[in-house]
Design a protein around this ligand. Structure first.
Ligand code: SAM
Length: 272
């Protein structure tokens, strides 16, 4: 049965209403679904993880590839509905859980084996990405639907207004590719923003490697907390003027002018 808002029934028999608090905007445009699946190219020997399967718009074509598919859905009603829908599909399992509390290492310990897919709930997309990056070694790639504005931040380069903590940290861990945009008319209910599909592929060999990625994260967060200040002022609490001045970096610049390589240099200068 094709899932629609009308045919998902709750325990009390009433039709399902999209829940705003769960960031629910369901994809109904089959052309967009096909375009996304074409980018994913799922194979039966792969291990896929879908975040927020909702009513199964992407789940169905992913499951029919024959791949092993683990779905993580927070909404109890939808998780129950999907569990029933896929009860015959041996390689599909649905877990009712908050993805932010889900530990990918419970699924595998094989490096680069997981392909993560999701039309992410936009209200938590940044925390979800940071959470998944903690398990970057287990991930082969991630294909996400996000707000276009977030994708623009993910691919941003130094100097622009979109450049900041999110793009820098994601680019540290992954190669980022903006694939295509999706109009709001592809969803029910319609979101207020344009969306986009992005592919994040964790590096096998890091082009830049910080001694301590957590320290790098702190440096970047501290710098961008005070975006309008110069680096020497915003980083005053975590690096001495003397150490900063010894680096081949102009500390009189604002944080958005520095490259990822510059931030790695700063981080390494204060890492133990
Ligand atoms: N994949 C479906 C589609 O494309 O039509 C639904 C996408 S909808 C934008 C986001 C989905 O994520 C919803 O099904 C929502 O219930 C689920 N969700 C929201 N917060 C979640 C969380 N913390 N963990 C897991 N799933 C969540």
């Amino acid at each position: 049965m094709k899932p629609t808002l009308a045919n998902v029934k709750l325990n009390n028999g009433l039709p399902y209403q999209a829940r705003k608090r769960f960031g629910q905007n369901f994809l109904h445009d089959q052309n967009i679904v096909d375009k996304i699946v074409e980018q994913i190219k799922p194979k039966n020997n792969q291990h896929l993880v879908e975040i927020g399967p909702g009513q199964g718009a992407l789940t169905k074509p992913l499951a029919s590839s024959g791949a092993k598919l683990d779905c993580i859905e927070l909404d109890r009603d939808l998780a129950k509905y999907l569990d029933k829908e896929f009860s015959e599909a041996e390689r599909v399992s649905v877990v009712q859980q908050d993805v932010l509390r889900f530990d990918l290492s419970t699924l595998t310990d094989t490096e680069k084996s997981l392909r993560i897919i999701g039309n992410l709930p936009y209200n938590i997309s940044t925390p979800v990405i940071f959470h998944l990056l903690k398990s970057h070694r287990l991930i082969c790639d991630m294909i996400f639907m996000l707000q276009l504005e977030v994708v623009q931040r993910l691919v941003a380069t130094p100097g622009g207004k979109n450049y900041g903590r999110l793009g820098l940290m994601v680019q540290y861990f992954c190669e980022v590719q903006h694939l295509f945009n999706v109009p709001s008319s592809a969803f029910t209910p319609k979101p207020k923003v344009v969306s986009a599909i992005v592919r994040l592929k964790p590096h096998s060999d890091f082009p830049l490697e910080a001694k301590d990625p957590e320290c790098l994260q702190t440096v970047i967060r501290t710098a961008f907390n005070q975006r309008r200040k110069t680096l020497k002022n915003s980083l005053r609490t975590i690096i001495s003027k003397k150490v900063l001045n010894e680096l081949p970096i102009d500390a009189g610049l604002r944080p958005e002018k520095l490259s990822l390589a510059d931030y790695v240099l700063i981080s390494d200068a204060i890492s133990k």
